[in-house]
Design a protein around this ligand. Sequence first.
Ligand code: ADP
Ligand code: MG
Length: 240
Amino acid sequence: MIKLDVNKVYKNFGGLQALAGVTFKVRGPELIGLIGPNGAGKTTLTNIMDGVYKPSSGTVYLGGHRIDTLPPYQVARAGLGRTFQVTRAFRRMTVMENLLVPAMALHPTAGRKALERRAWEVLEFLTFEHLANDYGRSLSGGQQKLLELGRLLMLDPDVIILDEPFAGVHPKLMEKIYEYIITVNAQGKAFIIISHDMDTIFTLSKRLLVLNFGELIADGDPKEVRHDPLVVEAYLGEEE
Ligand SMILES: Nc1ncnc2c1ncn2[C@@H]1O[C@H](COP(=O)(O)OP(=O)(O)O)[C@@H](O)[C@H]1O
Ligand SMILES: [Mg+2]
């Protein structure tokens, strides 16, 4: 079973405390939303879970193995993948190469033929077959986000963290990303989805985590969390 344990994670940047003792567990293929006002620490938490940053203190375990000490590529190998708030599709590579290169780097012993076969499956899933030979830079912002999701699928992670997957995406592609999440979650992958799109996140997630000033102020059923006085207070003045 998927087991992710984030224990008392703190992160300081100089005098700024970006995370102040974040603790939560993921058990099995959960579908979790992570929300919080701008600057709450959502991206920092993601960067710690995937090894981009080291916590100032605290630990992260995946499947019982400590991962907060590992570099990102080893965290990916351990089974945790993420997308970036600003997409990082390789602009000078074709869509097919974008899928193959990270997968070959992560699984050097997998045969190229097998990876290519998998890449075509992923392209089919994204309905991107016709774009296979197009360059990353020729894709729209939303298509680049989908390509990043495709690259994640190539790596076959157990836990997938999506940082603002819906931001600036055309409604039609948004629907595709939504479908991607539902389908891949049903295949047994856990998701942590960061989003500002409240309607989407409340509909999609079965559990909601709320960060505010680096602290987890709520963790539970989205319907209950929504009315939690601490959460309401954190969001007062955000919308208007
Ligand atoms: N690399 C960094 N250096 C210094 N401060 C940072 C860095 N990354 C994030 N911060 C600060 O940490 C806080 C949390 O940021 P972030 O995790 O990006 O928030 P969110 O993703 O919730 O909007 C903010 O005050 C931000 O300015
Ligand atoms: Mg962020």
